[in-house]
Write a protein that binds this ligand. Structure first.
Ligand code: PMP
Length: 433
């Protein structure tokens, strides 16, 4: 990759001399745009298609349709295959007939509906917590929550692989923020021993299942650390719900820990629960503060009732049919084990729904993704800035709806194309001059 960067020339537009500041009004001079153009030019040089923003013509599950082709799909996180389940779709349709499409106001004013409360009660119950608040976006849930409860005299400590929404929430809170080494409760403990006395409140944020690597934290160890240092512990279960634990209840079930030991359970409705939005389950004062003062709740429209109804139904099906969770587990572990047998690097993955194939080079990741696409497999490359260059990868989301033959065939295709690409030198030497 470094070899071809030097060959690129990105020409900035000629400055408008009418005003010394004129160039500052041109969006294409923003550094982010220059970087995007640079990436695109690199891909063009080596004849790689843009793998992002592909248009899927119908519901994307274990298979998907892109233009006229039907492909095996590993880019969607419909973990239990509930998106489009008849009962889920019927619940959404009934809610539309009853409530209309929009809540038409913030819940604080005229947007509150019984279906919001029903969903929140069910989620609170799942975590043994007093209360729950649902937000219209999972990303906004982390930002609104962390930035509301933390402030300038406080400290936010998050895992070094924490999701963008967690880091952004910490940034917006004005609190001091630090990342601790991935999944390392002992390192966190050490950091807190020296840092704790300097701050009023401390929030530790971890994820239930890490979405790029497919590994999980030792929940009991993090609870011990937060107790030792009088801190709050927040767990983002975006990818853990429906995946971890025999019944899919998430990290606490997997770890055999009482969920009330965690101060803040955060999750999203967009994965297992086939909807859109996020939630916070915790004690009543926390939820009341969020519902009455968090900008992302108070100054945002209430969740569309059809989404709340769909996610509630999906949650009920998840609880009713643990065999889906079992199927997902079998598929994920099969995928991970076969990949390892084929000599592929699956990194830290435990085989729970998320299995990366680490390629250490963004060009190789995009090229392999394209080759697989040509063979009828849709999978997303994950490249900088989402991960460091050295851990560029293809990230496979496995679902309960994939089947064994499909998984075996996919691994055979990956292994064959991986061997053909090698370290990527052949791609670079083909680059147009
Ligand atoms: N937290 C994590 C760990 C995530 O992976 C994501 C996005 N996939 C979010 C929060 C944001 O959720 P949403 O996409 O539902 O807004």
């Amino acid at each position: 990759l470094q070899n071809i960067v030097g060959r690129l020339q990105v020409n900035d537009p000629a400055p408008d001399l009418a005003s010394p500041f004129a160039a500052q009004t041109d969006f294409s001079t923003l550094p982010a745009f220059t970087e995007l153009r640079m990436q695109r030019s690199m891909a063009d040089l080596v004849d790689l298609e843009n793998p992002f923003f592909r248009v899927h013509e119908r519901r994307a599950g274990a298979t998907t349709q892109i233009e006229t082709r039907v492909l095996s799909n590993y880019s969607s996180y419909d973990y239990l295959g509930l998106n489009g389940h008849k009962e889920v779709a019927d619940a959404a349709k009934e809610a539309i007939d009853h409530y209309g499409i929009s809540a038409s106001a913030s819940r604080v004013v005229a947007g509150e509906r019984p279906i919001h409360r029903a969903l929140e009660n069910k989620l609170a119950e799942l975590y043994g917590q007093e209360a729950c608040a649902v937000f219209v976006s999972g990303h906004a849930t982390n930002i609104a929550t962390i930035s509301t409860i933390m402030g300038p005299k406080d400290l936010v400590l998050y895992d070094s692989l924490a999701h963008n929404s967690i880091v952004t929430g910490a940034m917006y809170s004005g609190a001091e923020r630090r990342a601790f080494p991935h999944n390392d409760a002992a390192a966190l403990d050490k950091m807190l021993t020296s840092l704790r006395p300097r701050y009023k409140r401390v929030l530790i944020v971890i994820e239930g299942l890490y979405s790029m690597d497919g590994d999980v934290p030792d929940l009991a160890a993090f609870i011990a650390v937060k107790q030792r240092h009088a801190a709050w512990l927040m767990v983002d279960e975006a990818h853990g719900l429906g995946v971890l634990g025999k019944k899919g209840h998430g990290l606490h079930e997997y770890a055999g820990v009482d969920p009330r030991e965690v101060d803040i359970w955060m999750g999203t409705l967009s994965k297992t629960l086939s909807g859109c939005g996020g939630y916070i389950a915790g004690c009543s004062p926390l939820v009341e503060i969020l519902k009455c003062t968090a900008g992302g709740f108070v100054y945002s429209v209430g969740m569309p009732p059809a989404i709340a109804a769909a996610s509630l139904k999906a949650l009920e099906i998840m609880l009713r049919e643990p065999e889906r969770v079992e199927r997902l587990r079998r598929n994920g572990i099969l995928f991970r084990d076969l990949a390892k047998e084929a000599g592929l690097d699956t990194g830290l993955s435990l085989g729970f729904a998320v299995v990366p194939i680490i390629l250490q080079d963004s060009l190789v990741a995009v090229a392999l993704g394209q080759k697989l696409f040509e063979r009828g497999i849709n999978v997303q490359p994950i490249i900088p800035p989402a991960v460091p260059e050295k851990s560029s990868r293809l990230r496979f989301f496995i679902t309960a709806d994939h089947d064994e033959a499909q998984i075996r065939e996919t691994i055979a295709h990956i292994a064959a194309e991986r061997d053909a690409i090698g370290d990527g030198r052949a791609i670079v030497s083909r680059a147009k001059r």
